[in-house]
Structure formats: structure tokens, C-alpha cells
Design a protein around this ligand. Sequence first.
Ligand SMILES: *Cc1c(COP(=O)(O)O)cnc(C)c1O
Length: 384
Amino acid sequence: MKAKTKFIQGGRKAKNEARTINLPVIRASTVVFKNLAELEEIQKRFDAGEAVPTYGIANMPLRVAFEEMMAELEGGYRAVAAPSGLAAVALALMATVKAGDHVLMLDSAYGPARRFCDRTLKRFGVETTYYDPLIGEGIAALMKPNTTVVYLESPGSHTFEVQDFPAIARVARERGAAVIHDNTWATGRFFPSFEHGADLVIQAATKYPAGHSDVLIGAVVANEKWCPRLRQTAYDMGQHVSPDDLFLTLRGMRTMDVRLKQHEASGLEVARHLEKHKRVKRVLHPALPSDAGHALWKRDFRGAAGLFAIELDASPKEMAAFVDGLELFALGYSWGGYESLVVPAHMMRSVKPWKGGPLVRLQIGLEDTADLIADLEQSLGRLR
Ligand SMILES: *Cc1c(COP(=O)(O)O)cnc(C)c1O
């Protein structure tokens, strides 16, 4: 099946007794069985070899369907649902480290992922070193005997550096470290992380999979090697996702392919337009030939998200006037919904602090691009 068909057909194998196209929302803690024989039979059907009892937290049809869809999307062996994207980040790290280990994390990682390393992992005796996202095979020089995780996020948050993923993954694997990728920007549709050497892939399904700015949800997808540890860790931590949120996310995923392509096309059109504006110093969008990461993006990616940043030739005060002057772009965090958004880049960097002008992140939604461009033009016009 082609990807487009998989988004429609996936996750519907779960037995649907309601005979509806969408699996119904079943709210439950207890699942009731006729007798002990049936309890044991159903247990076997769901989770061969793993002692996870069937009750509200596990084996529920919507959760199974969502996990199937995420494993399919990312091209991994199996997925585990998490209550948010950040919870998925924490879960992937908890599943791969132990006291005394060392983690290599890119400098432009999603900020809260850095905080998880610097505060919580540190408390458990795990040390983190940040590396330049453009390090490539130079990562070898930072590997220590106790490095058990190399964490990537390509392109990076806010600054959109494209990493030489295969080169970094090769070094990590040679040294026996797990390769974790936060693939929220491209999703498996545009970047097949496992083909490039990932062991575990994080997806903030809050973004494009849910797609309507009303759900927080995440997933970690693992290859066969890491699947048992990932599942054990998730169950040990009691992570649960509400059936309503699973329902909304599955519904979002049915249209994800068409939405992604529209976000990509509209994003590029707006980015190309902004590139020509005299108050825009630089557009940080790897699908633009002018972008430093373009060659790697072209080599490894199959498409681009509608999320990028612009560096303004402006003072911080002018930047604020530009952000406040936009009418169609809502000001707020998170992204991946149908609407356009703007937010000043909020960066935590320790290896290479940002030295450029004010940086603003734009998410291009599904509105008509002519309206979006006109809005950006009128607000850029305030920069005098
Ligand atoms: C949004 C985001 C997350 C966190 O997702 P939440 O669901 O908001 O917790 C993680 N990684 C990246 C790259 C993100 O953009």
C-alpha cells in the first residue's frame, strides 16, 4: 500500500463491534470478561508474551489503533502512546538510559527536552553533553565509553539546522549507543528515520497527526530491538492517553497526508515571498535552495513541514510591532493545526548561542496564501 492509502486504512483492524467507520470512544477502567477462560483468551490475542493486563490503560481498541498508525507512519516495529510530545521525549530517554550513562543531545533540541536532561536525568546520575547539530561524523570525538544515547532532532527547533543524520547515526551505532530522533517536524511521511539509522523515534502527535490544536498527545516508535524496553518503561510509569484524545488524533490522521502537502506547498510559497522582502535578513527553511541545510534536506527528506523561521532586519521593539500587527497569524506556542501562527523564537543554546537579529517562527496554516502574504506584507510595512 502507498502512504496515502495507509493513512486511510491503518489502525482499523481492531475489532469494531459498533460497525462504524471510526472506532467508537470507549471510556473504561475495568474491562469485564464472561469467565476466566475468556479473560485468558483475550489476553493472548492482544499481547503475546507480555504481561500487560487488559483494562483501561492497555489493549483498548483506540490505543491499539493509534499505536499501529504511528508505527506505520514512522516505519518502525511498534509504537507506544504517550500523554504529550514531551512525555514521549521523556519516555524515550527513560527507556534508554541508566545511572552512570552519558547522553549526547543536539544544541537546538526542543527546549523542554533539554530541561528534562539537565534537571531530571541529572538527578538520576545521567550526564548530558550538547553538541553542534551540524557536527556530522565529528560526533565521534564526543563519544565516551558510557555514551548510551545520541539524540537528534532534524531540523532543529527554531533554527531548523538539518543534521547529517546517517553520518551521526553510523558513529553512534558503531559505538553501541541508541539513536533517538524527534521527528515531529517532518514526520515519517517526509523523513524515514529508521531507514537513516534511528532506533527510537519521537512524534509530538499534538502537531500534524492530531492537526487541529485541540489535543496533546505523543508517541515513541521503536525498532524491534528497543521495543520491549520501551513498552516496559511506559507501563512502569503508568502513562495513559484518554480515549477522546486518541479518537480525535486518529480522525486527524485520516486527513494528515493532504494537510501535510498543503502545509508544505503554502509554507514554501510564503517562505519564497518573504525571502525577497528587504526587512527579512534570512529565511530559515531547509527546502529553500538558499538555506545552509538544503543539500542535506534534498538528499534525505521527501518533503517539508509548513514551519520555519525568519530573521528580521529589525530591533526587538520593531519585531514586537511586526508580531502584534499580524491579523491572520495567531500568537502562541505549539503548532501543526490548520491555522497560521507566529511566535518569537525562544531559544536555549549552550554550544552556539544565536547571534543574529530577532528570530520569529511562523507556522503556515491552510488559509489562502494570498491572504497570508498580504497580512505579512502589511505588518512588515510597520518596520520603519
Ligand atoms: C511540540 C514539540 C514537542 C512537545 O510536544 P507537546 O505535545 O507539546 O508536549 C516535542 N518536540 C518537538 C520538536 C515539538 O515541536
